[in-house]
Design a protein around this ligand. Sequence first.
Ligand code: FES
Ligand code: MG
Length: 587
Amino acid sequence: MSDTRAHRRYRSQEWFDNPNNPGMTALYLERYQNQTFTRGELQSGRPIIGIANTGSDLAPCNKIHVFLMDRIKAGIRDAGGIPMEFPVHPIQETGKRPTAALDRNLAYLSLVEVLHGYPIDGVVLTTGCDKTTPAMLMGAATVDIPAIALNGGPMLDGWWQGRRAGSGTIIWESRRLLAEGKIDYEEFMDRACASAPSLGHCNTMGTASTMNALAEALGMTLPGSSAIPAPFRERMEMAFATGARAVGMVNEDLKPSRILTRAAFENAIRVNTAIGGSTNAPPHLQAIARHAGVSLDVTDWEVIGHALPLLVNMQPAGSYLGESFYRAGGVPAVMGELLAAGHLDGQAMTASGKPVSEALGSARSLDRDVIRPVDDPLRDNAGFLVLSGNLFDSALMKTSVISDDFRARFLKDGVFEARAVVFEGPEDYHNRINDASLGIDETSILFIRNVGCVGYPGSAEVVNMQPPDALIQAGIRHLPTVGDGRQSGTSESPSILNASPEAVVGGGLALLQTGDPVRLDLNAGTLDCTIAADEWRARRAAWTPPDLEHQTPWQEIYRTHVGQLAQGGCLELATAYQRIARVLPRD
Ligand code: FES
Ligand code: MG
């Protein structure tokens, strides 16, 4: 155990050991002593390490943290710190209506208040399910006290009839089989449950595994932390090591501002391409960058990330799941391959206290079928394209999931001239998709609007719309789809999504009508409605913003302050608050 008492005065001592204000000190001490802490401990001059617990019965993807808590606390104690666990507002991707995306900024706000207003010197951020990871990193960036992330790990691999059944991905596949009449409702449910065999988060390279891989790529975890499956012994060892490391970070004053640099974000974008990461990564990484005060633009995803290769053979872009990814070396192996090929900045600092190159050591792929080398990838130019045009200023397209069949059918020479079919939201889509009078065929592009941050509210994962049943039965499994919402990171649909600005704030999507001609040009990076310019201007002049109906107070607050997905979907006013731990709150 390292002796930390010789160190500078900790932030928490302003609460628990302040002779200048005995009245307040007494009030702080007596109530924290009535549980498990003694005055001796609280005045021992040791750092207090908060543990932000995102697990609960309402947050099953992160529930394992309830069981990891003992090991995190043991690690903190072993290194000379005092652990104090606290709950985080649940953000459960599949359980929260209308969408967990609405709650990312709420959990962020709440974490900022906790870290700022309580006697905490450093923090272990437990992460896992999609939005829990960005919410925790955004909060740590705003407050800027030493912080380290620990995810709960993916579930074990799911299996169905001898084949890997991946989180989410099996839902999209089964949804098509149901439409084709090949399975019934009972089998649909059985297939879905087969993908979730243990505690943990999604076992595909969906948003959860993506964001935790990016937390590691940013340097905010210990190396090798993110890919360990939830039930593995190594997960408990990592919990212990992470708790211990948090104490070291406090003593070294290693704060997020030294880790979350522009170089770290560029590394994360490159890793995202190599892992076939989720289309939710750009708004989340953008939000973390803005709260960290780092300038990052949505176009950086194409400039920095597009020309890189896909290395990780994991669903939805490939075939394996989390167990194989871990055994092949996980994120350090991916980063090791990228670093060896000159695609990473090895000098970026990490939570380990070492720069990336040192932290990685000699890590390389241990199974070249699961993690490919850079010179033999699964796919070249596998990053996102950032499109623009008269329908939006920016939208993303994930190229690593575009099948050869889809390319051949829709993207001859990268250009697709089509007829727009427009849905006003997911309810409208479900009600009308099989309506024959819409005339949806192979020359159609499906659009969905009013599903962005302000419109939904929160931005919904609904852009991966399935074609009408009749088209699926004729063998057309995907049509190009476009929208101002998002899609699940587990989807293999090559949608054009996160369109910003969204329709309800006056983005061009608002002016589109079913039957309009549209032109997608992947070479030029554009998608445009090609009706006459004066007709477009007339529609613009006639447009009025819709009335939005709020169901909760938070929905109204969120809609009043949220920005667009291209800028991270942040509470805009919150981005002005930077490194706020520099000033203590009043007694
Ligand atoms: Fe929570 Fe995927 S739904 S991790
Ligand atoms: Mg999701």
